[in-house]
Write a protein that binds this ligand. Structure first.
Ligand SMILES: Nc1ncnc2c1ncn2[C@@H]1O[C@H](COP(=O)(O)OP(=O)(O)OP(=O)(O)O)[C@@H](O)[C@H]1O
Ligand SMILES: [Mg+2]
Length: 484
């Protein structure tokens, strides 16, 4: 096999740039990708000596020349200005190539991460803005405290009492709760009710960042061996003296989890590519939204990190397990979102509340809050009726229920699936035996109204127009129904 041919066709296909020097430091391979990144022409490099072409790089900072001496540099981030002055960031790995105990060449692989890095910088800049908001004119960002935590179900109160104790201590905290159960609210309450409240509170979702960048975001980076970039502090340094909330900590790569553990134990960090140990004093709150024992079992969460964080362990119950709190939460959200200048405060019928209690809330408290916001937007005269309460999955659920009814009436083939049913099921198909004519008519009317409300996104005026009745008439019918 002709390996040279193989290589010359392989190299241009690779995402990484490749640069190889032989034992004398002569550039033997310099791929087009590499040339594009460094904005140097291939013909100006190949066949020439490395020290000549790259004379501006001090010998002890060149990873390729170091590799010729047998040193490997793994996944090092470098930021440099190309000849057009554009800042380029790459991740480089440089290895010696050995033959019979001797280095015969050195190879560098470089991946261009300029765009990913600018994304990371943006995130850090936003975090910095959060720490030091503009002095004047801006309303103060509202922070959550224990006062904002609504709920009296036993499991919830237990969580609050653990969190209150956490606020008085300095220990790391671990919070488990499904999405929308209030993990961030708890974390902020612990911070703003504790001794660190005048210091920064920063939050980072570990699942939102490419794995390769997370370490740099957390611990910072030092400028690469080329010219250009400034040193950058990571979130640990930015949050110094305060609290760092690490959401979805199980999304953090396994080996980074052990670095984090070391930081928790030794209380200093080292920037990526740096050599200096920087002392940090940061309280960590880690969260997950799946049961920790399951995450540990499938190696998503290191058990040693878990035990270190779970010095204080908080479990937030899903909303469906504390339906007794739905009323108090709904009232809080009406208070928070239900003032639009027209009505002093929205009210809610018992039927609307019952409807709220009948749902399972996969999105937990956040979902309830959004449902209330939508309801206040649709309500008229400041009163929220059950018709204004709309669940994201309600349409599907109702359609399935209808098709089930029709099935029992023998109108569909066995095994026929709900999705195959026509949009509007003929209302007469729902007729049940043994009902009086007025009751049957009332049900048909109720179904027609429900469907019109559904189609018009809960807007009473539009639904009324579609049904060919007056808005007040529909409003009356809806209200009468609630009273029954
Ligand atoms: N106990 C509560 N009392 C009052 N409001 C709450 C409560 N829990 C949650 N909320 C409301 O729900 C919203 C979502 O809560 P939060 O952001 O803390 O959830 P989370 O658990 O961090 O969710 P995710 O896992 O999706 O990040 C909050 O903005 C808040 O308005
Ligand atoms: Mg959150």
């Amino acid at each position: 096999m002709d390996y040279k041919k193989l290589l010359t066709s392989l190299i241009p296909e690779m995402d990484e740039g490749i640069h190889v020097v032989d034992r004398d430091g002569v550039n033997v391979i310099y791929s087009q990708k590499m040339a594009d990144m460094e904005k140097i022409r291939r013909e100006d490099v190949i066949g020439k000596n490395f020290r000549e072409v790259f004379s501006y790089i001090p010998e002890n900072e060149s990873t390729l020349l170091q590799a010729l001496k047998g040193h490997t540099t793994e996944a090092q981030q470098q930021t440099f200005l190309n000849v057009y002055g554009k800042e380029i960031t790459t991740i480089n790995t440089t290895v010696p190539i050995w033959d019979n105990g001797e280095v015969i060449a050195a190879m560098e692989l470089a991946r261009d991460i300029t765009e990913i890095k600018s994304m990371a910088d943006r995130i850090l800049a936003l975090q910095e803005e959060k720490i030091a908001p503009p002095k004047m004119s801006q309303p103060k960002i509202r922070h959550y405290t224990f006062y904002d935590l609504i709920g009296s179900a036993p499991a919830f109160e237990e969580a609050v009492s653990v969190a209150r104790r956490a606020a008085r201590s300095e220990a790391p905290v671990f919070i488990y709760g499904e999405t929308g159960t209030g993990k961030e609210l708890f974390a902020q309450s612990i911070h703003y009710d504790g001794a660190r409240k005048s210091r920064p509170f920063l939050a980072q979702n570990c699942a939102a960042i490419p794995e390769s960048l997370l370490e740099g975001i957390l611990f910072g980076t030092v400028k690469g061996s080329f010219t250009g970039a400034v040193d950058r502090a990571g979130l640990f340094e930015q949050a110094n003296g305060g609290t760092l909330l690490l959401d979805e900590i199980s999304a953090m790569p396994y080996d980074l989890q052990s670095k984090l553990l070391r930081v928790l134990q030794e209380k200093y960090i080292r920037r990526v590519g740096g050599t200096r140990d920087i002392p940090v004093d940061v309280r960590i709150i880690g969260t997950v939204n799946e049961p920790p024992e399951e995450l540990i079992a499938r190696n998503a969460l290191r058990s040693d990190l878990f035990y270190r964080l779970a010095v204080i362990n908080i479990e937030l119950p899903p909303l469906r397990d504390r339906k007794e709190d739905i009323r108090a939460l709904a009232e809080r959200f009406l208070d928070k979102h239900g003032r639009d200048g027209r009505y002093n405060r929205y009210s809610m019928t018992m039927e609307a509340l019952e409807k709220l209690r009948g749902y399972d809330y996969p999105g937990n408290v956040r979902e309830l809050e959004n449902i209330i916001i939508a309801a206040t937007a649709m309500a008229e005269d400041g009163e929220i009726l059950s018709a204004h309460i709309r669940f994201p999955f309600e349409v599907t659920a109702r359609r399935q229920a209808q098709s089930r009814k029709a099935e029992t009436a023998g109108q569909t083939e066995p095994g026929g699936d709900a999705a195959a049913w026509p949009e509007a099921v003929n209302p007469t198909a729902l007729t049940e035996e043994g009902l009086s004519l007025p009751e049957r008519l009332r049900r048909i009317e109720a179904d027609l109204i429900d469907e019109a409300m559904e189609r018009n996104g809960g807007n009473i005026s539009r639904a009324a127009a579609e049904l060919g009745i007056k808005r007040q008439g529909l409003q009356y019918k809806l209200r009468e129904r609630e009273k029954k």
